[in-house]
Design a protein around this ligand. Structure first.
Ligand SMILES: NC(=O)c1ccc[n+]([C@@H]2O[C@H](COP(=O)([O-])OP(=O)(O)OC[C@H]3O[C@@H](n4cnc5c(N)ncnc54)[C@H](O)[C@@H]3O)[C@@H](O)[C@H]2O)c1
Length: 374
């Protein structure tokens, strides 16, 4: 890594801290930051170890020392801020959801491709080594014909009417809360591992707390349940919720085929289960026995547990490799993947609102950006 790859940060909260640690681990220079106001900017600069703060995004973008900008702000700001970064000719990592409408996400994909910048979205669960192992085993045909996928992403941090956050308010989060926020990770992970595409879906949504402390009327959903059909003919169920007691960040997928089934739980990411009719194998994160892509992402020897920040560090390291070499490493989630999640979010909300099955347009949903950036 070139030691002076310059990082600019937008936001100073939870994810700005995660991104900053990953940027530092990759050997980049933490140049400057803008957060919500001058006081928050100064505090975040000090806490996250940046060299300076700026009064505005425009000032940050005018700094020639900044090569890549990480957008870690509330969802409705992503489109405008990421577009400004692209317009300034800088590389961009924009948090999920990439945008609050698929139309905006589509514009960002095209703008990034036209500008020739690297544009990535942190679907960082892809960077657990055993997720790569699961993907490699599906690709090798070990599961047989894909038949069923069951996935859940469950949390409990909004389990009381007293719990509130900007994420509850459509003004900051857009038309979908829980699906855009964590359903986006779930569908990305499933499509990444299977290489399959959800073609049609139907959904129901639920707002358990119609009012919350500090919010007049809550218009965003607490939970969504979906039935889905894949291009391959596989069927599945998905459930996402932020109001399930005891569940903290339970992203879990079961992928079944005619020969075998895989099970991965991101709260227990050092294990991958491979079930057969006769027996089950618990696959451990032991690099010498894993596929090359999974082994590549093992940051420490097995028995020394890796977790969320490690996966995030690998994601950011791959983005910086793409910036430095112009070659996008296999599996890097780009703005095209952010668009895909935005389309699935819109489809899920349309299905829930109409009570109908919704089909995704396979042509636009699979839009890819170039593998090699000039
Ligand atoms: N990839 C992941 O695994 C993951 C996990 C959690 C959150 N996220 C995403 O990250 C984003 C940020 O979430 P968070 O948990 O860090 O939220 P947060 O509330 O902790 O932080 C948001 C930050 O944005 C700042 N901010 C507000 N307006 C701003 C502006 N105009 N310019 C610059 N900064 C501004 C706030 O001051 C705050 O520091 C969200 O879009 C969320 O969906 C992603």
């Amino acid at each position: 890594m070139t030691p002076d790859l310059g990082v600019g940060m937008l936001g100073g909260g939870f994810m700005a801290a995660v991104h900053s640690r990953a940027a530092r681990a990759a050997g980049a220079r933490l140049v400057g930051l803008v957060s919500g106001d001058a006081e928050q900017t100064a505090q975040a600069v000090a806490e996250l170890g940046f060299e300076r703060g700026y009064a505005s995004l425009a000032e940050l973008l005018a700094d020639p020392a900044i090569d890549v900008v990480h957008v870690c702000t509330p969802n409705v700001l992503h489109y405008e801020q990421a577009m400004a970064v692209i317009d300034a000719g800088k590389h961009v990592i924009c948090e999920k959801p990439l945008a609050v409408t698929a139309e905006q996400a589509d514009e960002l994909v095209r703008a990034a491709a036209d500008a020739g910048v690297i544009a990535a979205v942190p679907f960082a669960y892809r960077f657990h080594p055993l997720v790569r192992e699961a993907r490699a085993r599906v690709q090798a045909g070990e599961l047989g014909q894909l038949t069923m996928v069951n996935g859940t992403y469950l949390q409990d941090w909004l389990l009381s009417a007293m719990d509130n956050n900007w994420r509850v308010d459509a003004k900051f989060v857009g038309p979908s809360r829980v699906f855009a926020d964590i359903g986006s990770h779930l569908v990305d992970l499933i499509e990444f591992i299977t290489g399959d595409r959800i073609e049609t879906l139907t959904a129901v949504k639920q707002t358990v707390f119609p009012t919350r402390e500090g919010s007049a009327v809550v218009t965003t959903e607490d939970a969504v349940a979906l039935s889905v059909m894949f291009r391959s003919g596989a069927i599945g169920t998905l459930a996402v919720s932020q109001v399930v007691p005891g569940q903290k960040n339970r992203l879990r997928v079961e992928i079944a085929g005619t020969e075998a089934a895989l099970e991965f739980d991101q709260e227990d990411p050092e294990k991958l289960w491979l079930h057969r009719r006769s027996h089950a194998e618990r696959i451990l994160r032991e690099a010498a026995y894993l596929s090359p892509d999974a082994a590549r992402l093992c940051r420490v020897p097995s028995g020394h547990p890796m977790g969320f920040q490690d996966a995030f560090n690998s994601f950011v390291a791959d983005v910086y490799t793409a910036i430095e070499t112009g070659c996008v490493p296999d599996g890097l989630p780009t703005f095209a993947d952010g668009l895909r999640a935005a389309r699935l979010t819109e489809a899920a909300m349309a299905a829930a609102d109409s009570g109908r099955w919704v089909a995704l347009n396979p042509n636009v949903a699979d839009l890819k950006i170039t593998e090699k950036v000039a």
